[in-house]
Design a protein. Sequence first.
Length: 87
Amino acid sequence: MTDLSLEDIEFIKILANSDSTILQAGMNEATRYKLDVQIGVILREYYKENTMNIKAGWIEKFEKVGITEDDGKAAIACARRLGIDIS
């Protein structure tokens, strides 16, 4: 399981609190790659833990760094609108 870096935490918080159309307009290839490969993996594992009752520890990790359940859901929704496969 991957650990959350400060950069990952900030990226997830930005996703949770941003409009996907604004993010998409300013997203370069490096950002899209990071979102798909690194943040996408974290959000997919978090999603599976929440929906399939798989104990992966992501809910606890998110809570420890101040990412609420609503923030997690909002980040997943924003990532999906940006074209990242979460399910």
